[in-house]
Ligand binder design. Structure first.
Ligand code: PEP
Length: 259
């Protein structure tokens, strides 16, 4: 039997989430190392979402390369008395193009809810940022067989009030919480199934054309060993990568797997 050839019309997006790692000095030398390694690998978009203080240096070092820079959160207000928060204007001013919103660590440790995720997302889009929206179920939800319900609800609530036009600047990262930073990866089949569920929700909300276009990433212990199998799946259009994005060689191997 000839194997089924899946031709993807969507462009892969491989994004690193550095979390709270790397100083500005380390960032400069990391990008100096990474840029030549990924040079010419133009069949996917490459993004590094770095700590706020690193964005300026990262954008400066990445200028002229195929690496794009983003932040890891943004506040929904324009400015004001919100100690410790960052505005969309501030991100744009330091040349961030992307921002992660709703990462499970923000939801788990910093009290983010679907309501605040939705507000942050709308503000980011209004300021021309591209958003990587994270959704995903906890282990008990997967074990209870309610992954589909949980993830569908998150997508609906997080995208409430977002127009079809604005959706073009949204990437959805499906990140099962039990797979993040644990070394446990969803099987390619599990990941593909839930990414397919998300695509079906988008089809219901925005129509088939939008569902066919939207980039849906998998995230959760993706690495140089498992990336190719995950990225080969029909509904998986890229990865959001934590640990392995801190290693230039491993991250480059994932970028290569998406070519
Ligand atoms: C993440 O931070 O979004 C993530 C997927 O982390 P890791 O790859 O380390 O599991």
């Amino acid at each position: 039997m000839p194997s089924l050839l899946i031709i993807k019309m969507r462009r892969y997006v491989i994004a690193g989430n550095w979390k709270m790692n790397q100083t500005p000095t380390e960032t400069r030398s990391f990008i100096k190392t990474l840029a030549p390694l990924v040079k010419g690998k133009d069949n996917c978009d490459i993004v590094l979402c770095v700590p706020f203080v690193d964005i300026w240096v990262a954008a400066e070092e990445a200028a002229g390369s195929n690496i794009h820079i983003g932040g890891q959160n943004v506040h929904f207000e324009e400015k004001g008395a919100f100690t410790g928060e960052i505005s969309a204007n501030m991100l744009r001013d330091v040349n961030a193009e992307y921002v992660i919103i709703g990462h499970s660590e923000r939801r788990q440790y910093f009290g983010e809810t679907d309501e605040t995720v939705n507000k942050r997302l709308k503000t980011a889009l209004a300021h021309g940022l591209k958003v990587i929206l994270c959704v995903g179920e906890m282990l008990d939800a997967r074990q209870a067989g309610i992954t589909e319900e949980i993830v569908s609800m998150q997508v609906k609530l997080d995208l409430a009030g977002v127009s079809a036009d604005e959706l073009k600047n949204v990437i959805i990262a499906y990140e099962p919480v039990w797979a993040i930073g644990t070394g446990l990866t969803a099987t390619p089949e599990q990941a593909d199934e839930t990414c397919g569920t998300i695509r079906a929700v988008i089809a219901k909300l925005y129509g088939k054309a939008a569902a066919d276009e939207i980039i849906i990433q998998y995230g959760g212990s993706m690495n140089d060993k498992n990336a190719a199998d995950l990225l080969a799946k029909e509904n998986i259009d890229g990865g959001l990568i934590g640990g392995a994005s801190l290693k230039p060689d491993a991250f480059t191997a994932i970028v290569s797997a998406a070519q």
